[in-house]
Design a protein around this ligand. Structure first.
Ligand code: GDP
Ligand code: MG
Length: 163
């Protein structure tokens, strides 16, 4: 079948916005409030002629470790393990958060290849956050904007290496 790309990251970094842009159907809910994407959602995506199945996840939608919704986190973790490549989004404007670092630590222990991107980097925004993301030890972060459709070529090249 088609290669599988999974989008992973903490709440509000723009995972569902990117999913909707690439899949071209409003299959994933986007909202300012964390916790809106209830389950992983899959769709057929096309990027510069590259066809793949794209999965949107929401397994880190709580910052409260005590009340982790285990089923959602387990679904996200399974999706990442089963994917050909995981696109790990951070928010370039916000910079790294403890949850970004926690997710990165978990991703580093998996066999799934990781492509790291700093989202919300339209124009010249988010460059400090992008540079900070080198600290995650997951390779070179590239700048993109899911909302404005920027960074498409870098995204294509990052994914193309693995699918
Ligand atoms: P998710 O929780 O990771 O799925 O994030 P969403 O896709 O729901 O987006 C969270 C918020 O960030 C929404 O208000 C989006 O409009 C906004 N957002 C998403 N992508 C971008 C972007 O590239 N630039 C900016 N400035 N905002 C964005
Ligand atoms: Mg979402």
């Amino acid at each position: 079948g088609k290669p599988v790309v999974v989008i992973v990251g903490r709440p509000n970094v723009g995972k569902s916005t990117l999913f909707n842009r690439l899949v071209g159907q409003k299959l994933a809910l986007v909202d300012d409030q964390p916790g809106v994407t209830r389950d992983r959602r899959a769709g057929d995506a096309t990027l510069l002629g590259l066809d793949f199945t794209l999965i949107d996840t929401a397994g880190f939608e709580t910052e409260d470790e005590q009340t982790l919704p285990g089923r959602m986190r387990a679904q996200t973790q399974a999706a990442v393990r089963e994917a050909d490549v995981a696109l790990f989004l951070i928010d370039g404007r916000a910079g790294l958060t403890p949850l970004d670092r926690e997710i990165a630590n978990w991703l580093r222990g998996l066999d799934t290849p990781i492509v790291l991107a700093a989202n919300k980097c339209e124009g010249k925004a988010g460059e400090a956050g992008r540079l900070e993301a080198y600290e995650l030890g997951l390779g070179e972060p590239f700048a993109m904007s899911a909302e404005h459709g920027e960074g498409v070529v870098d995204l294509f090249e990052g994914l193309r290496e693995h699918i």
